[in-house]
Design a protein around this ligand. Structure first.
Ligand code: CIZ
Length: 315
């Protein structure tokens, strides 16, 4: 089948089988085109929680599909490739984090959503990059905090909230890949450009940035800014929606050290999902996410705490 035929089949099958197709901003363009909703992990979690469809086909990475299952456990949750992992999640295992946490018994755990369901069961607050500041600000000042697993995001949250935090030493391979020397050259070449960066980026990138924010906030910033040219430091999948919402603007992906086809930063894990696999998943209704009831019940506590604080106007 051609890509257009595949897309038509995906749209037909999801209707026939009563499937909600969710896609993260970092998915390839064709997958974003056939999705019912494209968003960040927070927005996608909220869509998953409220759907009345029978099945959720989650085009993102494993921890995101797990979160969908936890929030709506009676639904069948499918992920096109179970190998769609996350470097942050992989480097913060349950056993290692449990041992780390035991060294700080009087601390609460603020855990980035980029972790396994098992790690969520031993966390107090789940955060995403769009709500981490608000959630940390809601924690009583006398509480000591562990932040995991992204030290770059943690350092940024520490800076904007003024809260000292014990940091797990992890990072995202995509956001660690930006090449500073090439970035400076690009900024000299486009002196009118603003650099906008995701808080998972390294400290040197964040220091240079004109704006730091989550994917959804970056999208809004570009759309509402009077400026015309932007260098975008996050996974390059976001450029698809950015171009759609700001077609008149010049958007340049931040350069990476390793040359690849686009010379930009792509998440190898997000990209294991392909349009063909999306189609196959709809046909075969597998691979499916399975989690133990007890794990889901425990993990849901910290996720629901995140939602409650994020949606609250009083915090
Ligand atoms: O929260 C997410 O979905 C990620 C990975 C980044 C962001 O800022 O939205």
């Amino acid at each position: 089948m051609t890509r257009e035929e595949l897309k038509r089949e995906v749209i037909r099958l999801k209707k026939e089988k009563n499937v909600l197709l969710l896609a993260h901003y970092y998915q390839e363009d064709d997958i974003q085109d056939v999705a019912d909703f494209v968003g960040d992990s927070y927005g996608l979690s909220m869509e998953a929680a409220k759907t009345d469809k029978d099945t959720i086909l989650f085009c993102g990475v494993h921890f995101m599909a797990e979160t969908a299952k936890i929030l709506n456990p009676t639904k069948k949750v499918l992920l096109p490739d179970l190998e769609a992992g996350c470097s942050l999640s992989d480097n913060c295992t349950y056993d290692d984090f449990k041992a780390f946490k035991e060294r700080y018994p009087d601390h609460v755990v603020v855990m980035y959503i980029n972790c396994s369901a098992a790690v969520k069961t031993i966390s107090d607050y789940i955060v995403t990059s769009s709500n981490a500041e608000k959630i940390v600000n809601s924690i009583p000042k006398d509480k000591k905090i562990i932040f995991a697993p992204d030290r770059n995001l943690g350092r940024w949250v520490q800076k904007v909230t003024g809260r000292e935090m014990v940091m797990w030493d992890g990072s995202c391979v995509v956001h660690e890949a930006f090449a500073m020397e090439k970035m400076m050259k690009l900024m000299n070449q486009y002196p009118e450009a603003e650099l906008i960066a995701h808080p998972e980026s390294t400290e040197d990138v964040l220091k240079l940035a004109d704006f730091v924010g989550s994917t959804a906030k970056m999208l809004n910033y570009v759309k509402s800014s009077p400026k015309n040219t932007f260098i975008i430091a996050t996974e390059a999948g976001i450029l698809y929606k950015m171009k759609e919402s700001s077609p008149e603007k010049i958007l340049i992906p931040a350069p990476v050290e390793e040359e690849n086809t686009c010379a930009c930063s792509l998440c190898a894990y997000q990209r294991v999902n392909t349009l063909q696999k999306v189609y196959d998943t709809l046909v075969n209704e597998t691979p499916e996410i399975f989690l133990e009831e007890e794990v889901m019940d425990k993990a849901r506590v910290a996720i629901e705490r995140m939602i409650e604080i994020t949606e609250s106007v009083n915090v």
